[in-house]
Design a protein around this ligand. Structure first.
Ligand SMILES: Nc1ncnc2c1ncn2[C@@H]1O[C@H](COP(=O)(O)OP(=O)(O)O)[C@@H](O)[C@H]1O
Ligand SMILES: [Mg+2]
Length: 331
């Protein structure tokens, strides 16, 4: 089967070429799979999604989306995709039901078809109880769910979700993840952008990491983590223990740089040999009378991957999380 999305060499500049938002990006979403496009703020995610959903014309590049040529048959592409943008397109005055019903009518459904579809989607997104209230009173999480539901009214086989959970509290995020997994289980192909490494890890079959408009890595979450080398040992010393002594005792076990967090008395370093090495590390510390309050082995996270690839963390992340902190779900 052909790919749901296959585009090559996407280039997009803004301000007469001054801002290079995309510098030649290739993206492939196999049928029925989830591609996660992971990158910090300004990486070019929204620009890429806007091009794939025909809202923007690229300066260069070409490809096929949902079986149609992106540049030659944009109307056909539009008819066969669902898009939930970064900023929700919900009409605040209308109720949840009315929003979805209106979309159905716009897509040419009869009144009864649109009603049935709206009710089906309200149930799927856990909005049935709120369905008859104006969207104005919805929490951020509910609004976001309604927006994603809106993208699905016409049962598109190719779905684009641009940062679907940005700004949501953790509980709403988990709820949306569940729904997204269900969509894919039902056979849809999905391209999802995110700045949350965890989200890409949970939802995506494969991941393209982008920064400054270009790909800096690609693969499955496991492949990306393996690129960084195997497991890491993470130790927290008992207060008062010398970090320097620990560091010199452990140098022989580290297969890469030992990172030190002075404030929390933590040491982190890559090792070969898994738990065998962890045991040797602990024996060595014991023989030197260096005490720990916590010691463990962990696989690299996508955070480690991102940091090592770009030299920075996915910064936007922290800010967004703080903004989301006081948002609560009211049903
Ligand atoms: N309409 C626009 N006019 C000028 N610059 C833009 C516009 N949209 C995006 N950009 C710039 O293009 C780059 C990529 O932006 P965007 O695609 O929104 O990234 P992301 O969605 O990953 O945060 C950024 O430097 C951004 O400031
Ligand atoms: Mg964006």
């Amino acid at each position: 089967m052909s790919n749901a999305v296959e585009v090559q060499g996407l280039v997009k500049t803004y301000n007469k070429g001054e801002i290079k938002a995309l510098k030649g990006l290739d993206l492939v979403v196999p049928q029925g799979k989830v591609l996660g496009v992971l990158g910090p703020n300004g990486a070019g995610k929204t620009t890429a999604v806007s091009i794939l959903s025909t809202l923007l014309i690229p300066d260069a590049g070409q490809g096929v989306v949902a079986g149609y040529d992106l540049l030659k048959e944009p109307n056909k592409v539009r008819e066969n995709i669902g898009l939930s943008g970064q900023f929700a397109a919900v009409d605040e005055i209308l109720t949840g039901f009315e929003n979805l019903h209106m979309f159905g009518r716009l897509y040419g459904m009869s009144n009864s078809e649109a009603t049935a579809r709206a009710n089906e989607l309200l149930a799927m997104f856990n909005l049935t109880d709120a369905g008859n209230r104006p969207a104005k009173g919805y929490s951020g999480g509910m609004r976001r769910r309604l927006d994603v539901a809106g993208a699905l009214v016409a049962r598109p086989q190719v779905i684009f979700l641009d940062e679907p959970t940005t700004g949501l509290d953790p509980q709403s995020r988990l709820g949306l993840w569940k729904t997204i997994r269900q969509l894919v289980a039902d056979g849809a192909s999905l391209l999802l952008t995110t700045q949350y490494l965890e989200e890409a890890d949970h939802l995506a079959d494969s991941i393209v990491v982008i920064d400054h408009g270009e790909e800096i890595a690609a693969g499955t979450a496991d492949e990306l983590k393996t690129q960084l080398g195997g497991d890491r040992v993470e130790l927290t010393l008992t207060p008062g223990q010398s970090i320097e002594d620990a560091k010199s005792a452990l140098a022989q076990f580290a297969s890469g740089e030992i990172q030190v967090n002075e404030e929390d008395a933590q040491l982190l370093f890559p090792v070969d040999g898994g738990t065998t090495t962890l045991t040797r590390v602990l024996n060595e510390l014991e023989s030197k009378n260096i005490e720990t309050i916590d010691a463990g082995l962990r696989r690299p996270t996508l955070d480690d991957v991102f940091l090592s690839l770009t030299g920075h963390t996915a910064e936007g992340d922290l800010i967004e999380k703080e903004e989301a902190a006081d948002e609560t779900e009211v049903v």
